[in-house]
Structures are given as C-alpha cells and as structure tokens.
Design a protein around this ligand. Structure first.
Ligand code: CO8
Length: 372
C-alpha cells in the first residue's frame, strides 16, 4: 500500500521579536542584575551576567528574528517571559488554538475536511497540560472521528509522528491522519540566559497523511522510506515536569527551563545526522545526488551547511536545502515542516526530497518522499 503526504499547513504567530529587541532587553536585564549583585560579584560569590550581541547571534546561528504567540512580557526586564493569559476549562487551549490554525490550511491543501480524518496526532516538544490530550480537543473541534493522542519527542516530534501516521495507515488502524506540531516554545525559553535567549520561536505546522488511492490533492508526496533513531544524551534538557511539585524548590528554576551544551550538540549531532541521511538514501537505493531537496531541521545554519557538505561534498544552494532560520529561529520539531511548507510546490513528478529532524534525545527522524 502506498501512503502519501497530501497537505501541509503553516501558521505564523502574530508578533515578531528581532535580535535587536531581544539583545537590548537581555543586556538591560544583565545590567540591572549586575548592579543588584554588585558586592557579591566583587566577592566572587555571584557570576556577573555577560552581554549578548546581535552580531554573535547571527553569525553563530543564522537567526535574525523569531515569532512570538504573545510578545508582552518577553522584553520586560521585570518579567522575561511571555504573559499568556490563563484560559478556563471551557475555552479552547492555547496549543489547541494554534494546532487548529495550522490544521485547517493543511486539510484545505489535501482537499479534505475534518470528517475525513480518523486519527489526530498532536506532537511537539512540550504539551500545555497532561490531559485531556490536546489532540482530542482538536479532534472534537474539527469533527474528526477515530482517535487522537499527544506525543513528545522534542525536535523530532514532527517526523516521528509522521512515521507513526504511516504505520497506522499501513496497519489499517487509520485511513487519514492529521499530524500537528503546535510549537509554543516561548514559555520554556530562559530569556535571562545569554547562551540560549535567542534560539527559539513559536509556530504551528500540520501535515495530512493518507492512503494514495484517496488522495485528490494538487501536490502530494509518496513516502518511499522512513528512518528514526534515538541515542540518550543529557546535552539538551528541560527538567520541568509534574514531579516538580513533590520535589519542592522553584518549579521554574533554570534547570527546569530549556538548557543545553550547544557546542557539544553541534559536534555530536552533525556527524550522526549526515550518517543517518546517507544510510536512509542508500536503504532506498537512491543516490544522495538524486535528492532534489533537503528540508532539514532548523536549529543552526552552520549545522545544516556542515551536514549537507558531508553528504554532497559541496555546499548546497538555498534551492537545494532551504533555510527558514532567519525569520523563524529554531521552532523545535516544526522547522523542517516550515521549510517543506514554503518550498515544495515547484517540485515536479518523480523528484525526491528528504524531510529530516535532529535534536534533543538525541533523536533523528527522516522521511524520503517522491512527488507524484
Ligand atoms: N552573545 C555573545 N556571545 C555569546 C552569546 C551571546 N548571546 N552566547 C554565547 N556567547 C559566547 C560564549 O560564551 C563563548 O564565549 P567564550 O569563547 O569566551 O567562552 C563564545 O560566544 C562561543 O560560544 P559557543 O561555543 O557556545 O558558540 P557556538 O558557535 O557553538 O554557538 C550555538 C552557540 C548557537 C548554541 C550553537 O552551538 C548551536 O546552535 N548548537 C547546536 C544546538 C542545537 O542544535 N540544539 C538543539 C536544540 S533544540 C532541540 O533539541 C529541541 C528542544 C526542545 C525545544 C525547546 C524549546 C524551548
């Protein structure tokens, strides 16, 4: 049985935060912190907060700006997080809202309505609550049948969920699957940490995956091969979780927000991702040179250039491996799907492409697809 990606949807949040804004706010925060801890810094009991710089961020990551679901609070040095108004139980959740905002254009692109869907997977780096699953809220809002569940695999949440969609269709437990990645990253960003305050942005993406015989979409892609791998690493961590209350202490302390050893991640993940992609194409009897487009995970432009250089033995053009980091930053699992959403319609029948994620876990997931 052939399975296809028949629709992709992208929702951009309403606010933009530029590097200039973020650095000005962080540096003002650092100055205030250092003034407040003047004597401890002089005594060596507190480490002074160093300044951040726009030039560093752009050169080290390729990021120029990011979207924010809620901007209020992020740049306020007395707050340093988005002020997201709480919602009542009878209101749509924040992640439910942005999931629907990406799901609707994905369904439209696939020529489907909610009632055609019989599995909803909401898969992202974080979930707003433990239960009921956001996917079940979305299932109800769209009038979908069947079942829904949430899953978390950090940066590989989208590719791993698309693979689960494929499996469900082949196993016969679903016919048409909606995979949604409502990446509301800003509540987990430590905007007081120079090393990571610039990395993430909010976004939402969705894909529709179905049996080839039911597909009526204008643009669709047969899934030729899939590959997933995980290898435990502590280099990217968030210790936020439901046990925090029982453990005591500050449930929002630094170690309970996103933190990483970025340099080690860079060094360890690049060779893993390149080897993974080489093995994936080989397993499908396709030469790396025959892949028309690489929709790679969007964490760092230098990482992507290095991976593609290892694969192709040369630099790739923006046309071959599009980057969306400059305007979106790292959007956890949604990055490769944003690249796919923005850069797929020009492919012609028979063209091969690869969607690939890599990140926390470590986790790497890829799908080799062919335009129909
Ligand atoms: N401004 C100025 N200088 C800075 C700044 C800054 N903002 N930050 C660091 N520096 C300094 C450092 O302190 C260091 O100074 P020194 O040499 O004096 O020690 C110098 O600049 C160089 O620092 P690095 O070696 O750390 O710089 P890199 O070139 O390695 O760049 C990056 C840092 C950009 C973080 C880079 O290492 C990177 O992108 N690595 C890959 C990380 C990655 O892919 N991580 C995946 C994370 S995403 C993921 O897995 C999903 C998680 C779930 C989502 C979470 C949502 C919140």
């Amino acid at each position: 049985m052939n399975v296809v990606i028949s629709g992709v949807g992208l929702w951009d949040p309403p606010h933009v935060v530029t590097n200039e804004e973020l650095v000005a706010s962080y540096n003002a925060y650092a100055n205030a912190f250092n003034a407040r801890h003047d004597s401890e810094i002089a005594a060596g009991t507190v480490v002074a907060k160093p300044h951040s710089s726009v030039e560093f961020i752009e050169k080290a990551s390729g990021i120029k700006a990011r979207y924010a679901y809620v901007k209020d609070g992020i740049l306020d040095i007395d707050c340093m997080h988005p002020r997201i108004p709480a919602r009542r139980d009878d209101e749509l959740s924040h992640q439910g809202e942005i999931a629907l905002a990406a799901a609707r254009p994905a369904l439209a692109a696939a020529n489907k309505t909610g009632s055609d869907v019989n599995l909803v997977i909401v898969s992202s780096a974080h979930t707003e609550r433990a239960y009921p699953a956001i996917a079940i809220e979305v299932q109800q809002a769209l009038g979908a049948s069947g079942f829904g569940f949430d899953m978390l695999v950090a940066c590989s949440s989208a590719t791993f969920a698309m693979q689960r969609a494929y499996d469900a269709i082949v196993a016969g437990s679903a016919n048409c699957v909606l995979v949604i990645n409502p990446e509301l990253t800003s509540p987990q960003v430590n905007y007081t940490d120079r090393d990571s305050h610039f990395i993430f942005g909010d976004v939402s993406t969705a894909t529709v995956i179905e049996r080839e015989e039911t597909c009526t979409a204008k643009h669709s892609y047969r899934i030729i091969g899939m590959k997933a791998v995980t290898q435990f690493s502590n280099n990217i961590r968030s210790n936020f979780g439901y046990v925090a209350r029982a453990e005591g202490g500050d449930p929002f302390s630094e170690e309970r927000l996103f933190h990483q050893n970025g340099r080690s991640v860079f060094k360890e993940v690049c060779p893993m991702a390149a080897a993974h992609l080489e093995a994936q194409t080989k397993a499908c009897d396709i030469e790396v040179a025959d892949v028309r487009r690489w929709w790679l995970h969007q964490a760092n432009i230098n990482m992507n250039q290095l991976i593609v250089r290892r694969l192709l033995g040369r630099d790739a053009s923006q046309d071959e491996a599009p980057t969306v980091l400059d305007t979106y930053a790292n959007t956890a699992s949604a990055g490769s799907i944003i690249a796919f959403a923005k850069h797929h319609e020009d492919l012609v029948a028979g063209d091969y492409g690869v969607i690939c994620s890599f990140g926390a876990g470590y986790s790497i997931g890829s799908l080799l697809i062919q335009k129909r």
